[in-house]
Design a protein around this ligand. Sequence first.
Ligand code: HEC
Length: 101
Amino acid sequence: MTKLLLAAALFALSAAAAAGGNPAAGKAKASTCVACHGANGEGIGPSPALAGKSQDDLLAALGEYKSGKRTNVTMKKMAGKLKNEEDMADVCAYFASLKKQ
Ligand code: HEC
């Protein structure tokens, strides 16, 4: 049973790595995000929950704030703080790895 869980965990980790995101690195880079989105990505007030969403959905949303397809002054600025695709993928991998509250 433990072996099975370990295999599942390893598979989940390698799946995240394949998508180009490192949740552990993302946690460090998400320190500004959690002020609004919550320490566990649970969402606070007008800031929606990020925990439990897929990495792809989070990445797509960030990309849309960056490009201006989705208009939100705050999130455009925040998305702009993530300098490159690696930072974006890491942060999204981190929030996607959190359990929905
Ligand atoms: C000052 C508060 C604030 C900070 C800091 C902040 N956000 Fe947001 N975020 C918001 C608000 C408010 C929304 C909803 C905007 C809208 O209506 O589109 C949002 C929306 C989002 C969404 C879209 C979620 C969805 O389901 O549609 C994502 C993804 C997101 N934020 C990621 C981040 C990341 C990653 C960071 C850190 C780099 C961050 N946010 C920092 C306030 C914040």
